[in-house]
Design a protein around this ligand. Structure first.
Ligand code: ATP
Ligand code: MG
Length: 619
């Protein structure tokens, strides 16, 4: 490939649209162009990177016996209705682009493919003799992300490798999951990436065990909490830890305390000398469900602890009635929400800032009446019974301070029995850096940031049961298939590699995924000896099997060197003044190697050097 034919437009300045180094560099070096929010053109340079990543992915997955396939991106709503995910993915904060065809049938653009593949499995897999099966594809995915950003990191259209496996039993699923774990480690290592595997939340996909692979980087959107001894690492969405001990509040008869204006934990603690860990914080929230029902939720957590939104959403989801469908969103039930949504609730009856865990259902129900629900938005139906969730940090307190369910009033010396409650403890608190670890209380959690490039799940039988994917087992009875699913963000990975490998002059691609392995720069195109040697070398490097790029532009040498650095090609061969004596200069992009040598020696040495780097796993 010749730079003169590459449509290469490099930018000297950082584009205003980009915030993080990798996004800036991919734009500046002419790898990508933004077409619309979260939608990018992958220019020929980036396409080569994507092809190289895909080739590594294919090699490693094929080696495990997985089979490549290609599934439709247009998916019928009916399949998603059967799995129960249509409304969750299309209504509220749902991320599926969807449309109706000319016959009025609804379709979605695939954000993921569990439904399609499970329907195929239902059709094709009949007997244990066909199992296990592991299929994957590399394809564009569509997600109407709430906040597309950072270029390819969070696009609305992006390339994913997604794989799905089917098994006769859980042991076989576990074995495959382990094999995918090892294959993923090899893939990322061969791509030249430093990754860490962390325990992950299974999210809307569902299922039990799941693990994410994170590229460690400052700009990562995910917070990782790990123990110093390296034996525990989890996404904060999922992380668990030992809560710091509470400062005990002496057992005492429960008394009322006038607390005007002290509606926050801080104000209450400051005014009366309580420790926040002696207070039970009570939060009123509203969960919207797919069937239009609005479920009020009352959460109790110790005053010094923070709520983890992901754990909360999982806990609420698990407690919805099947008829309520998917959980669409949860938000604080505030006076503003009641006003803006015109909820038919009597604002004055709800003691905001002074809620106790024993707030009665009647507080909401009494004010709703027969016309309960959303005033002008008839789709909402406010349910009369509070869903009560209590974090263990609160449930374990013997004597505590809490709201008095009446304005300007708290209670001191309250107890669960005294309030007439038997709270079921559900882990809802956000683990924090500095917390002691569960596996070893001498270890503490340390925070770091990561970019999620891969995610593997043991799905279990959720989808196979919903979509009727059954097989006949060895003893002749029918049962649902066991499933796993495995994703890699191919386009995100390309950018994550830049985030991890760059310097002030530009990108420093790992050889294995660089668009080109070597760039031959003809310093002065007007000089026949330089031009001739450059062309000759370029042809010979190609013939030796290297991915070579020739900078044949009639530009100043300095401009070409700058561009070569910006592009990040791992090796540069400069054909300059020494050309008439057959001498060239070899420069390594990352590192200090810079050497004059004869063109013949270069041809003898470079292919070997590059071949070693290309195939080498990271140390
Ligand atoms: P995230 O938590 O970052 O939104 P996810 O957990 O929803 O991602 P998965 O459903 O696990 O993503 O998808 C598999 C992989 O696809 C992810 O590990 C990630 O690398 C990639 N990916 C997901 N969403 C995007 C996106 N909007 N843009 C680019 N890559 C993405
Ligand atoms: Mg994920």
């Amino acid at each position: 490939m010749r730079v003169s034919r590459l449509m290469l437009v490099t930018l000297r300045d950082d584009p205003a649209e980009a915030e993080i180094p990798s996004h800036k560099l991919l734009l500046r070096a002419g790898y990508i162009r933004r077409v619309a929010s979260g939608i990018y053109a992958y220019l020929p340079l980036l396409f080569r990177v994507l092809q190289k990543i895909s080739a590594i992915v294919r090699e490693e997955l094929n080696a495990t016996g997985a089979l490549e396939t290609l599934l439709p991106q247009l998916q019928p709503a009916e399949l998603w209705e059967r799995s129960g995910r249509w409304s969750g993915y299309t209504a509220g904060e749902g991320i599926m682009f969807h449309l109706s065809d000319r016959q009025g049938r609804e379709l979605g653009l695939g954000p993921t493919h569990e439904e399609v593949i499970t329907a195929l499995a239902a059709d094709l897999l009949r007997s244990y003799r066909q199992l296990p099966v592991n299929l994957y594809q590399i394809q564009t995915k569509f997600r109407d992300e709430i906040r597309p950003r950072f270029g390819l990191m969070r696009g609305r259209e992006f390339i994913m490798k997604d794989g799905y496996s089917f098994h006769a039993d859980e042991a076989s699923l576990r074995e495959c999951y382990g094999e995918m774990d090892r294959a993923y480690r090899r893939i990322f290592s061969r791509c030249g990436l430093k990754t860490v595997a962390v325990e992950a939340d299974s999210g809307a996909i569902g299922g039990s065990a799941s693990q994410e692979f994170m590229v460690t980087a400052e700009a990562g959107e995910d917070l990782i909490l790990s123990s110093g001894d390296g034996s525990y690492a989890a996404n904060q969405e999922r992380a668990v830890s030992l809560a710091p001990g509470a400062v005990p509040l002496a057992a005492q008869p429960c008394t009322e305390l006038e607390t005007p204006g002290q509606s926050s934990i801080e104000a209450l603690a400051a005014a009366h000398g309580f420790d926040p860990s002696q207070i039970v914080k009570v939060l009123l929230l509203l969960a919207r469900c797919a069937d239009g029902s609005l479920q009020p939720v009352l959460v109790s957590v110790r005053g010094d602890q923070r709520l983890n939104d992901v754990k909360l959403a999982n806990a609420v989801s698990a407690r919805l009635a099947p008829a309520q469908g998917a959980l669409l969103s949860i938000e604080p039930l505030t006076p503003e929400l009641i006003r803006t949504e015109r909820l038919l609730l009597d604002l004055a009856a709800i003691p905001f800032g002074y809620l106790g865990p024993d707030l009665s259902d009647a507080t909401l129900a009494a004010t709703t009446g027969p016309a309960a629900g959303l005033g002008t938005k008839p789709q909402g139906r406010l349910l009369p019974k509070l869903l009560r969730l209590t974090d263990p940090t609160a449930a374990e307190l013997d004597s505590f301070v809490c709201g008095g369910n009446s304005p300007d009033l708290h209670r001191v010396g309250a107890s669960w029995a005294g309030l007439g409650l038997k709270p079921e403890a559900v882990d809802l608190r956000a683990a924090q850096p500095g917390d002691r670890c569960l596996h070893d209380s001498k270890q503490t959690l340390v925070a770091s940031r990561g970019i999620e490039v891969g995610h593997i799940f043991q799905l279990g039988r959720k989808y196979s049961e919903a979509l009727g994917a059954r097989f006949t087992n060895e003893s002749g009875t029918e049962e649902a298939l066991w499933m796993g699913c495995y994703g890699i963000g191919v386009s995100r990975l390309a950018q994550a590699a830049v985030e991890q490998n760059h310097d002030s002059n530009g990108i420093c691609w790992p050889v294995a995924i660089a668009p080109f392995e070597v760039i031959v720069v003809i310093a002065n195109l007007q000089e026949p000896s330089q031009r001739q040697l450059g062309e000759e070398l370029y042809a010979n490097l190609l013939a030796a099997g290297l991915d070579a790029l020739l900078d044949d532009r009639d530009e100043r040498a300095g401009v070409k060197f700058k561009d070569a650095d910006l592009l990040g090609i791992p090796w540069r061969v400069v054909v300059g003044r020494g050309a008439k004596d057959g001498q060239v200069e070899l420069v390594q992009r990352q590192g200090s190697l810079k050497r004059e040598l004869a063109a013949g020696d270069l041809l003898a040495e470079l292919p070997g050097l590059i071949a070693a780097e290309r195939s080498g796993l990271l140390a």
